[in-house]
Ligand binder design. Structure first.
Ligand code: CA
Length: 140
């Protein structure tokens, strides 16, 4: 991965500290050829937590999942379903708890040990993008 990106399997992750709503963050990742980061394993969550801590980010950070289409049905940015097992292991206990007012997924900040939860989509937050490693190889 290029400098400033964190590798994991065949993906490169980037945190962007521009504070913007979920939909804008989604567009910005897409414009660079990636998507909002899919966080569906402990390994990815811990990697992104380390990135956030290293960058000194204490507040919420967007990740790629939402239940905007159907309340309570959480879908990752790669269109896969967020499983109950993921919610049990990767999300803060009690999350999601925002019902129809919190439809976008975030890595919660320092106070909640960077576990996952739901957040208000129009809030302005930093965000994680992911890119295929091979997408960089093609352009170098
Ligand atoms: Ca919701």
């Amino acid at each position: 991965c290029p400098t400033g990106y964190s590798p994991h399997n065949d993906l490169c992750y980037q945190v962007v500290q521009t504070l913007i709503p979920y939909s804008v963050a989604k567009t910005q990742c897409a414009e660079k050829g990636g998507k909002l980061a899919v966080v569906n394993t402990i390994g990815i969550r811990e990697l992104l937590k380390n990135v956030a801590e290293y960058q000194g980010i204490r507040d919420f950070i967007w990740v790629g999942m939402d239940d905007q289409e159907e309340e309570g049905k959480w879908i990752h940015a790669d269109s896969s379903l967020v499983t109950t097992d993921e919610v049990a292991t990767l999300w803060l206990a009690g999350e999601p708890n925002g019902g129809k007012t919190e439809n976008c997924g975030a890595m919660l900040g320092l106070k909640w040990d960077y576990q996952l939860g739901d957040s208000i989509c129009s809030n302005n937050q930093a965000f994680f993008c992911q890119f295929l490693l091979e997408s960089f190889n093609q352009t170098i």
